[in-house]
Ligand binder design. Structure first.
Ligand code: FAD
Length: 394
């Protein structure tokens, strides 16, 4: 089999890249280790930056998002038991975020893939890129017991943090930057109305909590838990009691609880690899970087990489000159590090670390006051939360 671009991974990055390339007339094949149902069952991100929504619009996959996505003009912080709202819309001249689950983005992209007739091979095992440093790369895999080889011009590694693409780059080429946090997030999904119309990020002496949502009737809540904790330790009852203890009293009093649809613990990590390209292999999204979910940046950053790679590939094919592709890493990394900084800061400023002493806590409280009491401070948080602009290609 031959195609122009082999995409490894059918998560949001791989599917969006496939969609954009197909719309530009660039042939591509997606290889996914799991089934489509499995990919759709992963409960993950929910907050889309303004730029991400615009990108999905350009890709022609925003019809349901326009109707079902919840546009949020603000976000709240509960510091020391007091709720304070950041009016994103007013601070940023009408820019805001949209709440629409990653599963829904993925579902829309899968439907568009089907409609376009693009090939996605699910249950692909032993996927392996070859000859990535040369001009004729190819990918091999096993599908239903058959060996498959796909020759191509380029390979896009959209296969997440545990994928095979990053491992295919020779030792010594990549530099890794990492911070592992000493806690995780215990998430609970429930068919209950959200605690508030907008997200509430709560910093409390017992630990961080987040009130989020997927729709007017479905809520997603998170609690900071120790890194070694296990879901089995958390009955629904215990979860709700702990959440109430970390929220301001009036919010806790109004909280509607119910049985969990899903509960899971996600470790928190910041990770970036540089460069994001080797020869004809490009790392995209979680394959190249991970951020803690505190700033709601992971999915947004991943789709930002897709936007850059699509524009560069489109230019390379249109002009017949692939030299622009050498700029991929540089184009992505500045915005990635800005988001890594913001996610790290939000995590540091909202969580309790095992070594947070009284002095550190007072400084942290003072930092929140300094930021929230000044328009410049509020605007800085808002700009980063809503998402920084995409880089210009030239
Ligand atoms: P993935 O979604 O990881 O997709 C990679 C795909 O590649 C998968 O389908 C995988 O099965 C496939 N694959 C892997 N290895 C292979 C292989 N060898 N061969 C073929 N296929 C392979 N982000 C936010 O912005 N906000 C949030 O609130 C948020 N919450 C999160 C909560 C959790 C629990 C997790 C885990 C992540 C969260 N994120 C959040 C991050 C966000 O979900 C990711 O940034 C996003 O999924 C990245 O998309 P991706 O397509 O790059 O990678």
């Amino acid at each position: 089999m031959r195609t122009q671009v082999v995409i490894i991974g059918a998560g949001p990055s791989g599917l969006l890249l496939g969609q954009l390339l197909s719309r530009s007339g660039i042939d591509n094949v997606i290889l996914e280790r799991q089934s489509a149902e499995h990919v759709l069952s992963r409960i993950r991100a929910g907050v889309l930056e303004q730029g991400t929504v615009d990108l999905l619009r350009q890709a022609g996959v925003s019809e349901r998002l326009e109707h079902e996505g919840q546009v949020h003009h603000g976000v709240e912080f509960a510091i020391d038991g007091k709720r304070e709202r950041l009016d994103l819309h007013e601070l940023l001249d009408g820019r805001c975020v949209t709440v629409y689950g990653q599963t829904e983005v993925t579902r829309d992209l899968m439907a568009a893939r089907k409609a376009s007739g693009g090939i996605t091979l699910y249950h692909a095992s032993a996927v392996q890129p070859h000859e990535i440093a040369g001009e004729s790369p190819y990918v091999t895999c096993q599908i239903a017991g058959e060996s498959v080889r796909i020759d191509c011009d380029y390979i896009a590694g959209c296969d997440g943090f545990h994928g095979v693409s990053r491992q295919a780059i020779p030792a010594g080429v990549l530099t890794e930057y990492e911070r592992v946090y000493p806690f995780g997030w215990l998430g609970l999904l429930s068919d209950t109305p959200p605690a508030s119309e907008e997200l509430i990020y709560a910093s409390h002496a017992r630990g961080f909590a987040l009130c989020s949502m997927r729709s007017a009737t479905r809520s997603r809540y998170y609690l900071q838990v120790d890194a070694g904790d296990a879901v089995e330790n958390w009955s629904d009852e215990r979860f709700w009691e702990e959440l109430k203890a970390r929220l301001p009293e009036e919010t806790a009093a109004q909280l509607v609880t119910g049985p969990s649809l899903e509960k899971s613990i996600a470790p928190l990590r910041s990770y970036v690899v540089e460069p994001m390209q080797y020869g004809r292999l490009f790392l995209v999204g979680d394959a190249a970087h991970i951020v803690p979910p505190t700033g709601a940046k992971g999915l947004n950053l991943a789709l930002g990489d897709v936007r850059n790679l699509h524009l560069l590939l489109e230019r390379a094919y249109r002009t017949g000159n692939p030299s622009c592709l050498e700029r991929y890493s540089e184009l992505c990394l500045k915005r990635i590090w800005a988001a890594v900084r913001f996610s790290w800061w939000m995590t540091t400023a909202l969580h309790r670390f095992p070594d947070t002493d009284a002095f550190t806590q007072r400084v942290q409280d003072a930092e929140w006051r300094a930021l929230l009491d000044s328009r410049a401070g509020r605007t800085t948080i808002a700009e980063n939360y809503v998402g920084l602009p995409f880089p210009a290609l030239d």
